[in-house]
Ligand binder design. Sequence first.
Ligand code: GDP
Length: 433
Amino acid sequence: MKALSEIFSKLIEKIRGVEYIDEATLQELSREIQRTLLKADVPLDLVKSFTENAVKRIKEEKPPAGIPPREYLIYVLYDELVKLLGGEQTPEFKPVKRPYVVLLLGVEGSGKTTTAAKLAKYLAKRGYKVGLVETDTIRPAAFDQLRQLAERIGVPFYGERDEKDAVEIAKRGVQNFRNMDVVIVDTAGRHRNEEALLQEVKAIYDAVGPDEVMLVIDATVGKLAAAQAEAFMKYLPIHSVIITKMDSTARGGGALAAVAKTGARVKFIGVGEDVDEFEPFHPRKFVARVLGMGDLDALVEKIKAVFEEEEVLEEIESGKLDLLTFKKQIDSLLKLGPLSKVFQLLPGGIAAKISEEQIELSQKNLKKWRAILSSMTREELKNPDVLNASRIRRIALGAGVTPKDVKEMLTVYENLRKMSKTLKRQLRLRMPR
Ligand code: GDP
């Protein structure tokens, strides 16, 4: 990802270099943002809407106190990039049944065979029993390549060197590994008439009924990744995408953005030739890394915490307080840092009335409460009325506390809920502006 990081770090450097942001500077920076995105091969329409959006936000949004406008611009850039690459959610690979059959597709040279081994190793490391099946009947090298890789990573391999019918190999391969957790079926990605390739893949799909179809795309195709994904989608459902060779080109940025726009989910990226150079794709972490700033996390967390705090307070004021809101509130309080600091932000000398011990106690409680709330199901958070003795025991066990602790927290919540009906703006916790 060096290439991609390099072009973005130049942009960040430029932004950091400006004294203040006036109209002319903003114009210049927006042109620089456009140039950077184009270098990453992001499709032109996305570049335009991205830049317009970012500029609009910079003009309209007021940075939270203590955050200089240029830092806020970096935050907006970060935020918009995360959206561009598919948003906050982190797509997970979850083998929900046994065996969980994965069908790998892709054009020749996309890195599919290597990726089959990478995924197998990734899953084996996490305790899954994995089997690899090679169905490429055209390129004998694929058979040897995957067999050798399988041997190296210690995962069983199935292939039939002399069989010409890929569908039959796929069926027997899946049957052979029926007691595994995950079966990864590699398919031929040969460079012939695309139509014929897709027909064969469709036949394998119909024969083995995979649980997840993963499309492998080479990052160097950049924005053309969208057309590639769409071509496959005409034949069969693509559940997820793996982008390979992210290490070798800045165009990977465009590939990710283009795929996100098709609505397909990128689950993994390949970041090198080695079988270990493979990782889940988290847009948030990825963007933070590409922007190449260790201190970005702190900045983002701070800004987010302020926003979340305001959101939560709005929910409380509108009388919508449930345990879910309570949990968000605690999360953002913990993010804002030591409570002693937070209390100083409270209006009207409240801080003076709270002793050190009380603050320390609250700090401890917050952490405990967060653990308790994290052990609850969404249903319980939304509707605390369902909490009976046995649920409370389960929650306490999960959080490593006593049932008494859980009940205490519920009492505090109940009091807060009653109070929230009368709680108005004057109790609003605010960062000083
Ligand atoms: P297939 O034809 O799609 O099965 O592709 P292969 O698995 O044979 O890979 C083609 C080439 O891409 C090989 O030289 C791989 O080492 C290389 N490759 C695969 N994934 C990556 C990656 O994430 N980064 C880099 N740099 N090379 C990769």
